[in-house]
Design a binder for this molecule. Structure first.
Ligand code: PMM
Length: 291
């Protein structure tokens, strides 16, 4: 994985932990628990207390099949939450595909933009990010949630995802976004079947070969629920009970040098990445001593 860091964000010497604050009525993984702006702010503050390096505030559910809110509704959901969390000292990322929402959130104190469409959903997004010059996550994406699982067709999922992400990085650079702002994300669960997600995780180094910091969002996703299915009923494990599995993915991804993990349960992943960093430092030290 590349040893590069996006401009202006914390560098604690380990993988960063981004806590999820969904301001949506229908997020699959927390059942819309933080929907009311005040509840979302309280949730964000709790994640900060747990040690989140970044809090990611989103007002659009990207659950497969989800309908989109209007831009006005998305703004109504995210702006008060961004404003309050930024005022409380949080490094706030805004999870949006809309340039207007990104711009207003940056004005309200957000310091980073997480665009699950990699700049494909809104033609105004890349020019905005070229002007804003803040960290910008380009996620692999093939279309809006309503029909995205029909696009989960690949020759070789890792080669195809890396190739499509490379095109997004090139488009971002051509638009004038500084390379030091760009982060890439393989987009687990977005136009991906469970097997595709596992293949991407097992071959994360190929995503890192794009030369940009890598963000991974595996937290509580359904491919983990499938692995943990009840052996008797074959029913997948429900989302709120997938945190230990998420933590296992966090360890394995951090050990591969992933820059940031986007998770719901910050405390467990923070412990995991701290242990992984300590282990990695010891392994590097031993390797040097044996030389
Ligand atoms: N996943 C979700 C939402 N935003 N952003 C990035 N960069 N990567 C992801 O994998 C990602 C994301 C969907 O998960 P949620 O509904 O649990 O927030």
């Amino acid at each position: 994985m590349p040893e590069v860091h996006p401009y202006g964000l914390p560098r604690p010497g380990r993988t960063l932990v981004m806590g999820v604050v969904n301001v949506t009525p229908d997020s699959f993984s927390d059942g819309g628990r933080s929907f009311a702006p005040q509840a979302a702010v309280a949730h964000g503050l709790a994640l900060l207390e747990q040690g989140a390096d970044i809090v990611d505030v989103g007002g659009e559910s990207t659950r497969p099949g989800a309908a989109r809110p209007t831009a006005e509704e998305e703004l109504r959901r995210v702006l008060p939450v961004v404003r309050e969390l930024a005022a409380a000292g949080a490094v706030v990322s805004v999870d949006t595909m809309r340039a207007e929402v990104a711009a207003r959130a940056l004005d309200a104190g957000a310091r980073m933009v997480n665009d699950v469409s990699g700049g494909l959903a809104d033609a105004a997004m890349l020019p905005l990010m070229a002007r804003a010059q803040v960290p910008y996550v380009l996620m692999h994406w093939r279309g809006h949630s309503a029909g995205m699982q029909a696009d989960a067709v690949y020759r070789d999922v890792v080669t195809d995802v890396v190739g499509e992400l490379r095109l997004r990085v090139e488009a971002a650079l051509e638009a004038g976004i500084p390379p030091g702002c760009l982060v890439v994300d393989p987009g687990l669960g977005f136009a991906k079947e469970a097997g595709h997600n596992w293949e991407l995780l097992a071959r994360l180094a190929e995503v890192g070969a794009l030369g940009r910091p890598v963000l991974v969002g595996a937290s509580r996703k359904s491919f983990l629920g499938q692995v943990l299915a009840d052996p008797a009923t074959r029913r997948p494990r429900p989302a709120p009970s997938r945190d230990a599995a998420t933590c296992a993915v966090s360890v394995l991804a951090a050990a591969q040098g992933v820059w940031c993990l986007r998770v719901h349960d910050v405390a467990s992943t923070l412990d995991a990445v701290r242990v992984t960093a300590r282990w990695g430092a010891e392994a590097a030290h031993s390797a040097r001593a044996q030389r």
